[in-house]
Design a protein around this ligand. Structure first.
Ligand code: FAD
Ligand code: NAD
Length: 474
């Protein structure tokens, strides 16, 4: 029987990063992965690379270019008529990007001598794993032995009985990444991250998009001022957002879906050409044998871990979407690195207070740390500095003046407690807040930092000055 120092289960951004870091640290490492791509080949990369972060951003970028050419280029004096979208080309471009990146992980495994065990893993106990080969081989199941296990089996789309996916008219996020034509009427259940990102893609390409959200508030985890600005902008872009809408059932025929829902106006019905169900994701432990092997699970199906990511067994770790915390690729990867270092006898660093969030609408929504509402509810006294992009020279030059930067700092110490951005390239700008918070920096630290002119980041500088009432340009 082959013996390893570490066997990682799952090769998403949590698992593949953990495996590479373990190997870098001199541990004999294998990674079990059973994902089969649409063309029938085993692939690495997990949700993020195959059907998540990367393909969705590829479509967001393609649709952004198209929308810009159609609706915004003229403002710059660029006159283009007759621009059309070749949806199949956009989808095959996305597939090519995914293939390049997933093969890249393959290369990284080879370079770092991580052994890829192709197949489905089932825990036998805290040291033994059974691996059933992927469906395209006729190999027998085998058992490997290991000193440590890292579970990184990720998550799957949450299902709801009132709208069951058929893969044709009613789809989850994976199906919504491969429509071969622009649906005329697109319904989306859930105004969360996926609903808004994929809704933006198809709205830009011409779909009439309706979003049905059960909660009464828009993006309730986001700072309220930012969420309000974002909702306004998305509605202006054409998204028809219904809040407080409870979907009670779906029906229809081979060509269209009927959705029944109830909101403050009573019972309603809408008809769509496609319906995306985007109501969250659930931890994936299907067939893993976690419970049978003695691992504690919580009531929602997450594997229970301590602050070092250890499960009920100290040599069995779990990371990423299958454990508590935000379901984000960078959170999974950082936990992977931290766990690898702990296994190798180092301390392993993971700061849950500085995990950035980005929603890739346009303008983008990005934040780190606490919202104003959280600070109020926790009774923490704070100062606020804000700066709108309309007053930024660079944003004007780019014709991207929508949105603002908002900084929240501790009233006593001035330490930054949160940064919230709705605006162009917010996904890149937020890193300034993350780094400052990682170093326990203050608004004054940012205010005294020279920012290049003209840049969008000057809006952060101005917001930091604003914490102390010293904003120059408003
Ligand atoms: P996963 O990426 O889910 O990987 C788990 C892997 O484990 C899979 O490959 C699976 O096949 C494998 N596996 C499971 N069980 C077994 C088993 N028993 N044996 C062998 N292998 C097994 N996050 C961001 O940070 N930014 C984004 O922009 C972003 N966009 C997203 C867009 C979409 C449409 C979706 C769906 C998600 C997006 N996410 C984004 C979330 C991100 O994809 C996840 O947080 C991330 O992939 C979690 O990583 P993970 O390694 O924990 O799990
Ligand atoms: P989400 O939790 O962001 O949003 C789901 C939404 O659906 C919520 O607003 C919820 O109130 C609503 N909802 C739940 N049940 C409903 C029902 N029956 N009817 C109507 N609305 C309902 O989940 P998601 O958008 O599916 O995304 C899943 C996760 O994937 C995210 O939480 C995030 O962690 C990750 N993700 C991240 C990114 C990114 O980082 N840019 C992008 C996509 C996905």
């Amino acid at each position: 029987m082959t013996k390893y120092d570490v066997v990682v289960i799952g090769a998403g951004p949590g698992g593949y990063v953990a495996a590479i870091r373990c190997a870098q640290l001199g541990l004999k490492t294998a990674c079990v992965e059973n994902w089969i791509s649409d063309d029938g080949n085993p692939v690495l990369g997990g949700t993020c690379l195959n059907v998540g972060c990367i393909p969705s951003k590829a479509l967001l970028d393609s649709s952004h270019h198209y929308h810009h050419i159609k609706h915004e280029a003229a403002e710059h004096g660029i006159n283009i008529s007759g621009a059309t979208m070749d949806v199949n080309k956009m989808i095959s471009r996305k597939a090519k990007i995914v293939k390049t990146l997933t093969q890249g992980i393959n290369g990284l495994f080879k370079k770092n001598q991580v052994e890829w065990l192709k197949g489905k893993a089932r825990l036998i106990d805290a040291h033994q794993i059974e691996i059933t080969p992927s469906h395209d081989t006729h190999d027998e199941a085998s058992v490997v032995e290991t000193a440590h296990i890292v579970i990184a089996t990720g998550s799957v789309p949450t299902r709801i009985p009132s709208a069951q996916c058929d893969g044709k008219l009613i789809v989850d996020s994976t199906g919504a990444l491969k429509f071969n034509e622009v649906p005329k009427r697109l319904g989306i259940i859930g105004a969360g991250v996926i609903g808004l990102e994929l809704g933006s893609v198809w709205n830009r390409l011409g779909s009439k998009v309706t979003v049905l959200e059960a909660l009464p508030n828009f993006l309730s985890a986001v700072d309220k001022q930012i969420a309000t600005e974002a909702e306004k902008a998305l509605v202006q872009q054409g998204l028809d957002i219904h809040l407080g809408a409870r979907v009670t059932g779906t029906g229809g025929n081979n060509h269209e879906v009927t959705v029944n829902f109830e909101d403050e106006n009573g019972k309603q019905q809408m008809v769509f050409d496609k319906l995306i169900v985007a109501v969250g994701r659930s931890p994936n432990t299907f067939g893993l044998g976690a419970k049978e092997a003695g691992l504690e699970m919580d009531e929602r199906g997450f594997i229970v871990i301590n602050d070092k990511c250890q499960t009920s067994y100290e040599n069995v770790y779990a990371i990423g979407d299958v454990v508590r915390g935000p379901m984000l690729a960078h959170k999974a990867s950082e936990e992977g690195v931290a766990v690898a270092e702990r296994i190798a006898g180092k301390s392993g660093h993971m700061n849950y207070d500085t995990i950035p969030w980005v929603i890739y609408t346009w303008p983008e929504i990005a934040w780190v740390g606490k919202t104003e509402e959280q600070l109020k509810s926790e009774g923490i006294e704070y100062n606020v500095g804000a700066f709108p992009f309309i007053a930024s020279g660079r944003a004007r030059a780019m014709a991207e003046t929508n949105g603002l930067v908002k900084i929240l700092s501790d009233k006593q110490s001035d330490r930054i407690l949160g940064m919230h951005i709705f605006g162009p390239n917010a996904s890149e700008l937020i890193t300034e807040g993350v780094v400052t918070m990682e170093f326990d920096g203050s608004a004054e630290d940012l205010a005294r930092t020279i920012h290049a002119h003209p840049t969008l980041s000057e809006a952060i500088h101005e917001a930091a000055l604003g914490v102390d009432g010293r904003t120059i340009h408003i």
